[in-house]
Design a protein around this ligand. Structure first.
Ligand code: NOJ
Length: 546
């Protein structure tokens, strides 16, 4: 079986993981210094968010040079040392690839600014003349996903306002033109560059976005569309939202697949099972499978759980849909509960102790499913989004929406390692985002007891590994009949999972003869074939051969 099919992959957001050079931001040496912690979790691989040269307007997703390490994170030697040290600990390394855009600090963009409209330099991006008198109106009415217009106008050599360039995200992230062969060649070079350095795979940013179509056509509701894409939809009609998402002119165009087929050939030409995982929100979700056909990418994040309520009916249908969709192309399912772009799981599930209890149950449910799981740093600590003052925020989403959308900083607060050390051991100086003063109990060091969030993650990730050796290799699960607030399934003869999303403890008579192997609540019990399934909890039953 491919190594990623059942893997637990841990996302490190390097800027917030561990600082070692005293600048208030995490770095690669910091990740090396925490490898034993990562290993102790029972994960198989680490995905590193970007650490490439960048002005850092969008947390490094504004890449100035994809083949240089940003000094704020260390050196190329540090990157190579990290890859080697991880491999020595039997941990694989996945790095981010950001092919939709380059920073406006990239040398190509600077060259484009110095060149004439229609030049080769400009053709690497989407530069066009504006409409209306003097070209003062952008080429179309698209909005940036981060808020505001998707076009910015440049000043030409004659000192006058000139052409417009497209940026689906921040104005410092210029969209690349994938019809330009140099763009294609440059990314192939980047793939090979990191593959030669020994990375085991790539996470592809905005994988659905590379190819633009109908670029001169206005959209019927550009603001509604970007709100729908940012999930800022509380007052939007569900059907309207679906209809907007089903037809996004800049996403999910056929041309992206040819790009992934060419990358797959490169990945396959290296030994050691190199993989790729797509970050691609597409609608309807059945279209996602097109990215993981056998000659394209290997995995695609399944975001159903990232926005899922803690509700049995919703979860059952999300699981069925995912398993059936990936099954059609023979790819492995993935499950994502949180990442650096979304609220932390505990906050999303209500916050406080109840949120934490539900988050534990949701994690145990996810870890019991067949397929790969992606864990965002701090999820294992049960962290909540930190409260920030507006003056501390750094996310371009906050600035571009003029504060209407607070942005993603709350989920990016640095990891609290120890309450004995200043700044929780993250840094010796002021951290780039303030760490809440009441996180003592959530520190890594404080979570030694068996009931802690961290202890549960460690146990479930280790057991998951043992189970993956003994459960059927197929992704099949068999649903068990239960009351409606409960979901339960078996995998093979040796594993049963029960999750109670309701607020009442339940007693359930079990048919099979098993024992509890792990539970998110200490109150779970199995006595004479009757399972006490506490409110908001998940239980694993069966047997594990060590
Ligand atoms: C998705 C990344 O996860 C996010 O952090 C970034 O802002 C956008 N892509 C743009 O690169």
């Amino acid at each position: 079986m491919d190594w990623w099919s059942n893997s637990s992959i841990y996302q490190v957001y390097p800027r917030s993981f561990q600082d070692t050079n005293g600048d208030g931001e995490g770095d690669l040496v910091g990740v090396i210094s925490r490898l034993s912690y990562l290993k102790s979790l029972g994960i198989d691989a680490i995905w590193l968010s970007p650490f490439y040269l960048s002005p850092n307007n969008d947390g490094g997703y504004d890449v100035q040079d994809p083949r240089t390490v940003d000094p704020r994170f260390g050196s190329m030697e540090d990157a190579v040392n990290l890859i080697k040290a991880a491999h020595r600990s039997d941990l694989r390394i996945i790095v981010d690839l950001v092919p939709n855009h380059f920073s406006t600090e990239h040398q190509w963009f600077k060259a484009a600014l110095k060149s004439l409209p229609g030049s080769l330099e400009r053709s690497r991006f989407h530069f066009y003349d504006g409409k209306g008198e003097g070209g003062a109106i952008p080429p179309n009415n698209w909005c940036s996903i981060f808020g505001g217009p998707a076009w910015s106008r440049v000043i030409e050599a004659d000192g006058k306002p000139g052409q417009w360039y497209l940026h689906l995200f921040d104005s410092t992230q210029a969209d690349l033109n994938w019809e330009n062969n140099e763009v294609k060649e440059d990314f192939e070079k980047t793939l090979r560059f990191w593959l030669d350095k020994g990375v085991d795979g790539f996470r592809i940013d905005v994988a659905q976005g590379l190819v633009k179509e109908e670029i001169f056509k206005d959209h019927r509701d550009p603001e509604g569309l970007t709100r729908a894409l940012r999930l800022d939809v509380s007052d939007m009609d569900r059907f309207e939202r679906e209809s907007l998402l089903a037809d996004v002119p800049f996403f999910d165009n056929e041309g992206v697949h040819e790009i992934y087929r060419s990358w797959r050939k490169i990945l396959d030409s290296y030994s050691g099972q190199r993989m790729s995982v797509a970050e691609a929100w597409v609608h309807p979700s059945s279209r996602a499978m097109r990215y993981v056909r056998s000659d394209e990418l290997h995995q695609i994040f399944n975001f159903d759980f990232l926005i899922a309520p803690w509700d049995a009916e919703f979860l059952v249908s999300a699981i069925n849909k995912t398993l059936s969709e990936v099954g059609q192309v023979g790819a492995s399912p993935t499950w994502v509960l949180s990442n650096h772009d979304s609220p932390r799981l505990v906050s999303r599930l209500g916050g406080g102790e109840l949120g934490r209890q539900r988050a534990k149950a949701m994690a145990l449910l996810t870890h019991g499913l067949p397929g790969g799981i992606y864990i965002y740093q701090g999820e294992e600590l049960g962290l909540e989004d930190g409260q920030l003052e507006d003056k501390d925020r750094q996310d371009p989403v906050f600035f571009r929406t003029k504060g209407v959308d607070k942005g993603r900083d709350g989920a990016r607060i640095p990891i609290p390692w120890s309450s004995q050390l200043s700044n929780y051991g993250f840094t010796t100086t002021k951290p780039w985002l303030p760490i809440p003063s009441d996180w003592q109990d959530h520190c890594v060091e404080a979570q030694v007891d068996g009931d802690s969030h961290l202890a549960l993650y460690r146990r479930s990730l280790h057991m998951r590994k043992l189970l993956s050796r003994q459960l059927p290799t197929s992704n099949e699960i068999t649903w068990i009949d239960t009351p409606k607030e409960v979901l339960a399934f078996s995998r093979g003869d040796d594993f049963l999972l029960y999750a109670n999303t309701g607020g009442e403890s339940l007693e359930l008579k079990l048919k099979s003869d098993s024992q509890i192997i792990l539970a998110s609540s200490a109150q779970a019990q199995l006595t004479s074939g009757t399972l006490t399934l506490p409110a908001e909890s998940t239980v694993w039953l069966g047997k594990i051969t060590k």
